[in-house]
Unconditional design. Structure first.
Length: 84
């Protein structure tokens, strides 16, 4: 009877040690987590009128990127800019 108790305690200790080593090997530090963007970050300044709004991006003839609001969209269309 004494040996059965000793074997049970030994098995429990071994299982605890195995569980801890397996848990320690689990990679948790290099997992990339993505966060949902705030609604404040959606608004940017228009390249023409400098108002904060949601932008539509165009490529100009020089190769630069221009962010245009809905009110300034006809200006970008008249300059034949390509939407991105």
């Amino acid at each position: 009877m004494k040996y059965i108790g000793l074997v049970m305690v030994t098995l429990i200790v071994v299982l605890i040690l195995v569980f801890r080593t397996l848990r320690a090997r689990k990679p948790t530090g290099n997992v990339i987590k993505f966060r949902k963007k705030n609604s404040k970050q959606e608004f940017q300044k228009c390249s023409y009128c400098k108002k904060m709004s949601k932008l539509i991006f165009y490529a100009s003839d020089e190769g630069t990127v221009v962010g245009v609001c809905k009110e300034c969209k006809p200006k970008a269309d008249s300059k034949d800019m390509l939407p991105i």
